[in-house]
Write a protein that binds this ligand. Structure first.
Ligand code: NAD
Length: 484
C-alpha cells in the first residue's frame, strides 16, 4: 500500500493558532500516514503554558465577540461553510492522508462538517428568550440567553473535520470563544479549518488551536484555569469520565460525546435488502471507526443464514488499500495500536467459538489495515459484544425470542445509538422507545444529521450536539425578575 502523493499543500498550517497568530514551538509531534507508517508532518506541540496563552487569548476576545451582532457571527460561519465546500476536495485529501479513511468517506465528512457551519449560521440569529407575567401577578419574568464563556473543545481522530465543526459552529454562534484541541493523530484538518475561518473573517482570538502532546497535562492545566467555563469533549468513555472529574473542581459546564456500542437488530419480518444496505452503512461508514458503528448484530434465526451470507458477500467484495486510490473501498485504521486492538478482539471472539466468514486478519504490507470481517455463531456473552470494536468487524448473534432481544440490546454500559429493522412499524416504535440509547435508526443505517440532536445516554455521554440543542449547550439562561 504505497502512497505516492502524500505531500501536503505548502499553505498547510503546522503551528498553534493563538490570538490570530500562527506560533511555532520547539517541540514537535509527528503526524503519521496510516497507509505506510511514514511521517506526514511535524506539528508544533504546545506546552501547558502555551495552552494557557490560548485560553487568555480566547478570554480577551470574548468581550467583543459576545457583543458582536448575531447576524455578523452568522455570516462568518456561513462564509466558512462556503469556503469549506469550495475546497472540499483538498480538505478530503488531507483527511485521507492523516486519518486513512477512503476519499469518498472523507468527501462526505467535509460536506457533513461544513453543514454544521451552515446550520449554526442559521441558528445564531434564533437565540430565544421569554417574557411572562409571574403566575402570582406580582412581577414579570424575563428570560434571556448569554454565552457560557471560553470553551475548551477536545476532539477525536475519527472525524477530524466534523467533530471540530460540530463544536466550533454552535460555540461561535452562541457568542463563545474557543480553544480547540484536536487529537494529536489528526491535527492537520483542524488547523486547516481554523485557517479557513480566518479567511472567512473570524476575529483574532475567537478561535485558537493547540496540539499538546501529551494531552493530559495541558488539558488539566486549562481545566484548572478560572477562565474556561465550558468543556465540550468527544472521545472515549474512560477519558471523558476522567475529564468530567477534573472539570468538577471548577464546576465547568460539560458536554460529553463518548463511546458507543450500537446494537443492530434485524427482526424476521425485516426487508432483507434494506437491512443489508443499512448494515453496510452502519458498520462500514468510516471503515468501522465511528462511535455510531453497529457493534453487535442481533439477527432473528429465521433470516440469520440469509443475512450472514449476503453480508459476507458485500463485506468480502470491499477492497482494502490506500484511501486515495479510486479502487479502494476501505482504508487502513488510524494507527498500529488500533490495528492490534481489532486483531485482538477477533482472536478472542474465535476462542469463544465464533466462525470467521471473511477477513479475520490484518494486512501485512506495512499499512495499519484490517480486512473486512464477518463473524458468525457469536454467543450473547462473547467479550467482543461488550467492547467498542472501532474497526471493520461485524459480529452476528442469532436470536429466537423477539421479546427478549431488547434486554440483550440494553445490557451494556453504553447507549449512543441503536438500529432496528422491521416492516412492522408498531413494533419498530415500541422497540425504539424501549432502547436505552440517545438515538435510533429505524429501518435506516445512518442517523447523523446537523439538524438532529446527536448524543447518548448512560456512559455514552451528557448533552446533545447539532439541532437547536447544540446551540443551547453554549448558552446560559439568565432570568430577571422585574417590577415597574
Ligand atoms: P480519546 O478519548 O483517546 O481521545 C479524545 C481526545 O482526548 C483527543 O483529543 C485526545 O488527544 C484527548 N486525550 C486523550 N487522553 C487525554 C487525557 N488523559 N487528558 C486529556 N485529553 C486526552 O478518543 P479517540 O481514540 O481519539 O476517539 C475514539 C473514541 O471517540 C471512541 O470511543 C468513539 O466512540 C468516541 N467518539 C464519540 C463520538 C460521539 O459523538 N459520541 C464521536 C466520535 C468518536
Amino acid at each position: 500500500m504505497k502512497n505516492e502523493s502524500s505531500k501536503l499543500s505548502s499553505s498547510q498550517p503546522l503551528d498553534s493558532l493563538i490570538a490570530g497568530r500562527w506560533i511555532a514551538h520547539k517541540s514537535k509531534v509527528a503526524v503519521t500516514n496510516p497507509v505506510d507508517g511514514s511521517t506526514l508532518a511535524q506539528v508544533s506541540s504546545a506546552t501547558p503554558d502555551d495552552c494557557l496563552s490560548a485560553v487568555d487569548a480566547a478570554q480577551n476576545a470574548f468581550i467583543s465577540w459576545k457583543a458582536t451582532a448575531p447576524r455578523v457571527r452568522a455570516e462568518i460561519l456561513r462564509k466558512s461553510f462556503e469556503i469549506m465546500i469550495a475546497e472540499q476536495e483538498s480538505l478530503a485529501r488531507l483527511i485521507t492522508l492523516e486519518n486513512g479513511k477512503v476519499l469518498s468517506d472523507a468527501r462526505a465528512e467535509v460536506a457533513y462538517a461544513a453543514e454544521f457551519f451552515r446550520w449554526f449560521s442559521e441558528e445564531a440569529v434564533r437565540i430565544d428568550g421569554d417574557y411572562r407575567r409571574a403566575p402570582g401577578g406580582a412581577n414579570w419574568l424575563m428570560v434571556s440567553r448569554q454565552p457560557v464563556g471560553v470553551a475548551l473543545l477536545a476532539t477525536p481522530w475519527n472525524f477530524p473535520a466534523a467533530m471540530a465543526t460540530r463544536k466550533i459552529g454552535p460555540a461561535l454562534a452562541a457568542g463563545c470563544t474557543v480553544v480547540l484541541k484536536p487529537a494529536s493523530e489528526t491535527p492537520l484538518t483542524a488547523l486547516a479549518i481554523a485557517e479557513i475561518m480566518q479567511r472567512a473573517g473570524v476575529p483574532d482570538g475567537v478561535i485558537n488551536v493547540v496540539v499538546p502532546s501529551p494531552s493530559g497535562p495541558a488539558v488539566s492545566a486549562m481545566l484548572k484555569s478560572d477562565k474556561v467555563r465550558k468543556l465540550s469533549f468527544t472521545g472515549s468513555t474512560p477519558i471523558g469520565s476522567l475529564l468530567l472529574a477534573q472539570a468538577a473542581e471548577k464546576v465547568i459546564n460539560c458536554t460529553m460525546e463518548l463511546g458507543g456500542n450500537a446494537p443492530f437488530i434485524v427482526f424476521e419480518d425485516a426487508d432483507l435488502a434494506a437491512a443489508i444496505d443499512g448494515a453496510m452503512l452502519a458498520k462500514m461508514r468510516n471503515g468501522g471507526a465511528a462511535c455510531t458503528a453497529a457493534n453487535r448484530f442481533f439477527v432473528h434465526e429465521k433470516i440469520y443464514d440469509a443475512f450472514a451470507e449476503l453480508l459476507t458477500a458485500r463485506m468480502s467484495a470491499l477492497v482494502l488499500g490506500d484511501g486515495l486510490d479510486a479502487k479502494t473501498t476501505v482504508g487502513p485504521l488510524v494507527s498500529k495500536s488500533q490495528q492490534q486492538q481489532v486483531a485482538k478482539l477477533v482472536d478472542e471472539a474465535k476462542s469463544f467459538g465464533a466462525k470467521v466468514m471473511c477477513g479475520g486478519n490484518a494486512s501485512t504490507d506495512g499499512s495499519f489495515g484490517y480486512f473486512p470481517t464477518v463473524l458468525t455463531d457469536v454467543s450473547f456473552d462473547a467479550p467482543i459484544l461488550r467492547t467498542e470494536i472501532f474497526g471493520p468487524v461485524a459480529p452476528l448473534v442469532r436470536f429466537s425470542d423477539s421479546d427478549d432481544i431488547l434486554a440483550h440490546a440494553n445490557n451494556v454500559e453504553h447507549g449512543l445509538v441503536a438500529y432496528v429493522f422491521t416492516r412492522d412499524l408498531g413494533r419498530g416504535m415500541r422497540v425504539s422507545e424501549g432502547l436505552e440509547s440517545g438515538m435510533v435508526g429505524l429501518n435506516r443505517g445512518l442517523v447523523s444529521d446537523p439538524a438532529a440532536p446527536f448524543g447518548g445516554v448512560k456512559q455514552s455521554g451528557l448533552g446533545r450536539e447539532g439541532a437547536h440543542d447544540g446551540l443551547l449547550a453554549f448558552l446560559e439562561t439568565k432570568y430577571v425578575a422585574g417590577n415597574w
